[in-house]
Structure formats: structure tokens, C-alpha cells
Ligand binder design. Structure first.
Ligand code: BYC
Ligand code: FE
Ligand code: FE
Length: 470
């Protein structure tokens, strides 16, 4: 079962050929997907050979397969982590019952909505990143971009399989819609906020893969606990790919910092921007922007949706088995609320606070990443501390939306915000400066002047390997 069948038009480990109806439905969707990829995916580069990793089995070592392929030939397919014996529902009102192998009728709409929302982010991110190949700072980075893009395409496949397989006609309609919405399109946007933000330079791309892909990690961890077993197993497999996306962001920003610190040490008396590298304060503003935007992706702090999803056994907490108790009944969560322009502590029924519980786990993970960047500064002997913004800062959704706070979480009046927000958020000048540095570098082993080379290459290849054949 765990071996992937590549002889099929759609590679899979779900024995697709034994379900002719489903196979035909997916084969009908496939050309639309390829059309979408060509229209909305990476501009150009579809004829170039890229050194990509493809799953050849869903086992741990099934990941070791790398070869040069053209992106449209990437083997997008359907892989689920193999069945655990007798999967059980691990939380909520159905705790301890056998996991569902079919959609429970009473929860059909909620489940479809969760799957569609998850699915929608995947093509959205590819659309946001479509121009970046043209300004890649090296072939190594260009290859990483395309690896991420190809895998996000596969995540869309994973969700479309669930829609086609378990939701009948409306599932097929939702699958078609997923190819119709477009990131940033005012009339037909993607569903979630951050996925409509422009991501037009590599500093934004690294912030996106650091903070927004990490939202992906936490949402997927919570869906990997789902009582709907096919969803849980799809998400578990996706999570194995997600680690690389966050690596790209984490190490990408670290390399930008390293390069800036080098220049600061060489030219201690002038602004780093005069030497073609990105000032640390400017990097911090990008970090604040993308970190805050990604915090919105967890939904409102107090949410009856999240309570319903948990009660129904559809969406758990990240790593649910680590909790002592799994119904979260009669428990409270203490949180800070914003009422009449004042912070007040309140006790919220735990189930209604599940978005906040997940957001807290996510924040703790991000803070570790920021500390890694700070070690980069310390190693270079540069006195600078990167910060993660307070969860109240620059939020567009939930409790703190519509009011002003500084990155430490202190409430501000509108006048102070107007005066000071360019200290914390990228200005038009910042964006123009970053864009001015974005020049494509295509010689193997060479890197743009604003970023340091990575410590090592991909799959034990050297840093000057020809990752993309142009
Ligand atoms: N933008 O109770 P609330 C990834 C809506 S990323 C716009 O606060 P709920 C990836 C909400 O739908 C992971 N609208 O929210 C990363 C609701 O609408 P209705 C993606 C938003 O439902 C990088 C209303 O506001 N996966 O994989 O508890 C690259 C109030 O609802 C937003 C998932 O998100 C927003 N940010 O939670 C590639 C998992 N937030 O009912 C890929 C599936 C909320 O008024 N989704 N709304 O029409 C979910 O679990 C939940 O839908 C959310 C929202 C956590 C997103
Ligand atoms: Fe994804
Ligand atoms: Fe991702």
C-alpha cells in the first residue's frame, strides 16, 4: 500500500484504479490544474530542468529521491500516510469512538468548509510567488522556491482528492472553484487574508515561508488529529513536506542577516544600505508585517466555530495526545480581552478558545526561530535584537482589530500610530529599496550581494551545483 503507483496518470497510494468513477473525476480535473499552473503558477521556467525532490513512497526514506525535472512534469499525486490499525477519535464529544472513514452527515458542511479553506491557501501561495523566479538571488534559492511551489500544488491535490472522493457533486464544484479564485483579485479573492497580500520580493518570500507556512504547520497538526480519518492521514503526509518550507524561511532570513552583519563590520561608519545590503531595522519591519498578518490566520480569539469543530471531533489541538484531558469540557482559558478600549482579563470556556490555544503554540515556535536569528547577530558581534511582535500588534481580525498597539502590545491613540507606524512597518521607500536589490543571479555557486550563501547544498550536492538548468 505504501508504495506509490507511478504507472498511473495520477500517481497515488490509494488504489485509485479500483475506483473508476473517482479516477475519471480526477482525470477530468487534472487538465484544469495544469492550465492553472501555467497561467497562475511560476511565470516562465516551465521548460527548465529543476533539481526537485519527489515522493516515491510514503515511508520515511521515500523522500530521498531527487532528479532534474520540468515543473509541469512533476508527479503531482495523492499520498496518504498509511492506516493505523483502528484509528480512534481522539478528542471532543466523540472521544474514543472509531474514526470516521466516511463523512459524518451531521458534520458534512463544517468538514467541507475546513477542507476548502485548507485547500485554498495552497494555490494562493503559488500565485503570490509566481514572479519570484525572475529575481532569484541564486540557482540554489530558485530551486527551493520551485520545490515549495510544486509541493503546494501537491497539497492542493491532496485536498481535491478528499473533495472528489467524499463530497460528491458539491465537492467537485468546490474543486473547480479552487482553480478559479485568484490571490489578490478584488472580485474573486482567495479565502484567507494573508493569502491575498502581495509577495513580490525575496525578503517577503522568506518571511512568508517562515511565518505563513508555519501557520500551515499548526493548522495541519490540528487537522492531523481529525476524527475524519482520510483528512488526518492526508495532513500527516503534508506535514513531512512543510518542514522544508519553514527551513527555507528560517535560513533565508538568517543568511540575509549574516550578510548585513558582515558589511556592518567592514563599514562600521556608514548605513548598510549604501553597500547594497538590507539594514537590520528594515528586516525587522518586514518581520513585524508578516508575523502579524500570519497571526490573523488563526481566526478570532473567542470563536464558536472553533468550539464546534473541536466538539465534533473535526479539528483538535496540535499534538492532542500530549494533553491530559481530551474533551476540554468544564475547563476555562484565561485571556486578555479588549473592551471599551481597555484590557481586561476574562475566563473563556476552553472550547471557545481553541483558536487562541493553537495560536499560543505557534507563537512559541516562532519565538525560537527569532532567537536563532539573534544568535546570528551575536556571532558577528553586532548589537541588535530581533523581536517577535506582540499578538495585539497590527491585527486585522479578532479581538484587537481596529485598534492601535505598538509591537510590545501597548495601546496607542490614532495620532501616535500615524506618527510612528513607519518605525514598525515597511514604508514605500523600504519596499522600493528592497526591490532595487532584487537582481537575478544565474551563475552556479554565485549569490546576490545582499545574501550570504547557505552552509550546505541540497541533498549533499555542493552549493555550486547546477540546481536549475537555464
Ligand atoms: N481571513 O471564528 P472565526 C497553509 C473568517 S495555511 C479571512 O474567527 P474560525 C499554507 C471565518 O472563516 C493553513 N477570513 O474563525 C501556508 C469566519 O467566516 P464566517 C490553512 C477569516 O472559523 C503557506 C469568520 O471569519 N488552513 O496551509 O474559527 C503556504 C469568523 O470566524 C480569517 C486552515 O486555515 C482570515 N484570516 O477559524 C501554503 C485550516 N479568519 O463563518 C499553505 C482550516 C477567520 O463568518 N481553517 N475568517 O463566514 C480553519 O480551521 C478556520 O477556517 C480558520 C478560521 C482557523 C482559518
Ligand atoms: Fe501547503
Ligand atoms: Fe508550505
Amino acid at each position: 500500500m505504501s508504495k506509490i503507483d507511478y504507472s498511473q496518470k495520477i500517481p497515488n497510494n490509494v488504489d485509485l484504479k479500483s475506483d473508476k468513477r473517482l479516477q475519471r473525476a480526477l482525470e477530468r480535473w487534472q487538465p484544469g490544474y495544469i492550465e492553472w499552473w501555467k497561467e497562475a503558477g511560476p511565470t516562465d521556467f516551465n521548460e527548465n530542468d529543476i533539481y526537485l525532490r519527489t515522493a516515491v513512497s510514503v515511508e520515511r526514506d521515500g523522500w530521498a529521491h531527487f532528479e532534474h525535472v520540468k515543473m509541469p512534469d512533476y508527479r503531482w499525486g495523492i499520498f496518504l500516510t498509511p492506516h493505523e490499525k483502528e484509528a480512534m477519535i481522539g478528542f471532543g464529544d466523540h472521544l474514543g469512538e472509531p474514526a470516521w472513514q466516511q463523512v459524518p452527515g451531521e458534520y458534512r458542511n463544517w468538514l467541507r468548509r475546513l477542507i476548502v479553506t485548507q485547500a485554498d491557501t495552497e494555490p494562493a501561495s503559488v500565485e503570490q510567488q509566481r514572479l519570484l523566479g525572475h529575481t532569484a538571488p541564486s540557482l540554489y534559492d530558485m530551486r527551493n522556491l520551485f520545490q515549495v511551489n510544486a509541493e503546494e500544488g501537491r497539497h492542493l491535490w491532496a485536498m481535491v482528492y478528499l473533495l472528489h472522493s467524499y463530497f460528491g457533486k458539491d465537492g467537485r464544484e468546490e474543486a473547480d472553484e479552487l482553480l478559479d479564485r485568484r490571490s489578490g483579485n478584488p472580485d474573486h479573492p482567495r479565502i484567507l487574508s494573508t493569502f491575498n497580500e502581495p509577495c513580490e520580493d525575496w525578503l517577503s518570500f522568506f518571511c512568508f515561508t517562515m511565518f505563513t507556512d508555519r501557520d500551515g504547520k499548526y493548522q495541519l497538526l490540528s487537522l492531523a488529529e481529525s476524527g475524519f480519518d482520510p483528512l488526518a492521514r492526508s495532513c500527516r503526509f503534508i506535514l513531512t513536506e512543510e518542514a522544508h518550507h519553514m527551513f527555507v524561511g528560517q535560513t533565508g532570513i538568517a543568511r540575509v542577516i549574516r550578510r548585513t552583519c558582515e558589511i556592518m563590520n567592514e563599514h562600521p561608519d556608514s548605513c548598510p544600505s549604501e553597500h547594497g545590503v538590507i539594514p537590520l531595522e528594515l528586516i525587522q519591519r518586514y518581520v513585524y508585517f508578516w508575523a502579524a498578518s500570519s497571526l490573523d490566520l488563526f481566526g478570532a480569539e473567542v470563536s464558536s466555530n472553533s468550539a464546534n469543530f473541536f466538539a465534533a471531533g473535526l479539528k483538535g489541538r496540535a499534538e492532542e495526545p500530549k494533553y491530559e484531558e481530551h474533551t476540554a469540557n468544564d475547563q476555562i482559558f484565561e485571556m486578555e480581552r479588549w473592551k471599551d478600549d481597555r484590557l481586561v482579563r476574562e475566563e473563556i470556556p476552553m472550547r471557545n478558545a481553541m483558536n487562541e490555544v493553537l495560536r499560543e503554540a505557534y507563537i512559541a515556535d516562532n519565538v525560537k526561530g527569532i532567537e536563532y536569528w539573534n544568535r546570528e547577530c551575536a556571532k558577528a558581534g553586532i548589537d541588535f535584537t530581533f523581536r517577535y511582535p506582540h499578538r495585539r500588534f497590527n491585527r486585522s481580525l479578532g479581538e484587537f482589530a481596529g485598534s492601535r498597539f505598538d509591537p510590545e502590545g501597548t495601546p496607542l491613540d490614532e495620532a501616535t500610530w500615524a506618527e510612528r507606524n513607519t518605525e514598525w512597518l515597511p514604508s514605500e521607500d523600504d519596499k522600493a529599496f528592497v526591490k532595487s536589490l532584487m537582481q537575478q543571479v544565474t551563475e552556479p555557486g554565485r549569490f546576490a550581494a545582499w545574501i550570504a550563501p547557505p552552509a550546505r547544498g541540497i541533498n549533499s550536492q555542493s552549493v555550486d551545483f547546477e540546481y536549475v538548468k537555464l
